[in-house]
Design a protein around this ligand. Structure first.
Ligand code: MRU
Length: 380
């Protein structure tokens, strides 16, 4: 069966003109190439663009069961907080589809079980839980299995559309913070593949570039899984934005030598007081930025804010397999007897963050009040 809407070969991918890539963002179309997930209505399956293999290989993972989807999430075939929200939302539709021949009560129970499996698949990005809960609330009063599927899909599609809009609004606010000629340090990956559409921090950078500002982006490679070197650099290259990939440990000396004017990162969870969990290394970068008096900006939709976490200490930090640190593919360079730690995220205290850019505006300290005001604005 042909793969719907996605590109089908590496050749097609390479053939997409850079200009089309940038325009696709601004026309609000999700470019086939950066669409991280798609629902296959014919088969009742989720098709993921396998981010582990990019940019080397263009491949898709068709998830037909919740077990398979949870595995794909754990293995990071799909990753990045807003894309995880999409995986969770369409995952609920998948659970409804899988249980379509069950009596309604049994189908709801099975979806509730699937909800727990998906929620645990990656614990730090709160967007995953946010989207799953949102779909669950919409479907609980369905009275037939078909209605369960239909309502779950409707809500998942609403979330998908909202993400596009929200990221575009966020970029609109963030662009004013980027001066012409800016040299920006960016950590991890916050673009279309992670953002489920337009991207967050990288969306701001794209918009600034599109508006005619001259920019240079220093791309932290982001050990151990190299989201910066593989995904951010790939999206920047496709968009024709000048950039340089550096090892993570180069950030300090780059700041000291005056090469960095501002830092942009995304977020996986923002506590009520503004403490921010993001890819491991973000905290180090924030400390360095403060020492060198460089603005440090976090860009994230308000769905990344978790009022149930009063401060950073309440945010669970995912510990990932040691093999991600010890080896590359099957070649291990770390001695067998060495102990390895692999926390996937760290928490940056709110007082190191210059501003948090959301779809409700640019939030400034004290975050306890600016966050509440932003959420109130969203509710209106
Ligand atoms: O482990 P990952 O790759 O899912 O971590 C992703 C990040 O930390 C991103 O910076 C964050 O989710 C923002 S995505 C717009």
């Amino acid at each position: 069966m042909p793969v719907p809407k996605f590109l089908q070969s590496q050749r097609e991918l390479n053939a997409v003109p850079k200009r089309d890539f940038v325009l696709s963002f601004f026309n609000m179309e999700v470019h086939a190439l950066t669409k991280p997930l798609q629902w296959d209505q014919e088969e009742g399956a989720i098709l993921l663009l396998d981010q582990r293999k990019l940019p080397r290989e263009l491949d898709y993972w068709r998830c037909r069961t919740i077990g398979e989807l949870a595995l794909a999430i754990r293995q990071m075939a799909i990753r990045g907080a807003p894309s995880l929200a999409l995986a969770g939302a369409f995952g609920m539709a998948l659970a409804a589809w899988e249980n379509r021949s069950q009596p309604i009560t049994a189908a709801k129970k099975a979806i509730e079980d699937a909800k727990s499996v998906l929620q645990c698949s990656r614990p730090t990005a709160v967007n995953l839980r946010w989207a799953i809960d949102r779909v669950w609330r919409k479907i609980t009063n369905a009275s037939t299995p078909d209605e369960l599927i239909q309502k779950a899909l409707e809500e998942a599609r609403a979330i998908e559309e909202e993400i596009q809009l929200v990221h575009r609004q966020l970029a609109g606010y963030g662009v004013s913070l980027v001066p012409d000629g800016a040299q920006i340090y960016h950590h991890c990956h916050t673009g279309a593949l992670a953002g489920g559409g337009f991207g967050t921090a990288l969306g701001i950078i794209l918009q600034a570039f599109q508006s005619g500002k001259k920019l240079h982006v220093f791309v932290g490679e982001t050990r151990p899984l190299l989201q910066g070197a593989r995904l951010t650099a790939w999206e920047l290259a496709r968009a024709g934005i000048p950039h340089t990939v550096v090892v993570d440990s180069a950030s300090g000396s780059l700041m000291r030598s005056g090469h960095i004017h501002l830092c942009f990162v995304g977020a996986d969870r923002i506590a009520a007081n503004g403490d921010t969990a993001n890819k491991i290394g973000t905290y180090t970068l924030a400390v360095l930025a403060r020492y060198h008096d460089i603005p440090f900006y976090v860009a994230a939709p308000t769905s990344t804010i978790d009022l149930a976490s009063p401060g950073g200490e309440a945010i669970p930090v995912e510990e990932r397999p040691a093999e991600e640190v010890t080896s590359l593919v099957s070649y291990r360079w770390v001695p067998e007897e060495s102990r390895v730690a692999n926390p996937a995220f760290d928490v940056t205290p709110a007082d190191l963050i210059t501003a948090i850019i959301t779809e409700c505006g640019v939030l400034r300290p004290p975050y306890t009040s600016s966050i509440r005001q932003a959420l109130a604005k969203r509710e209106n």
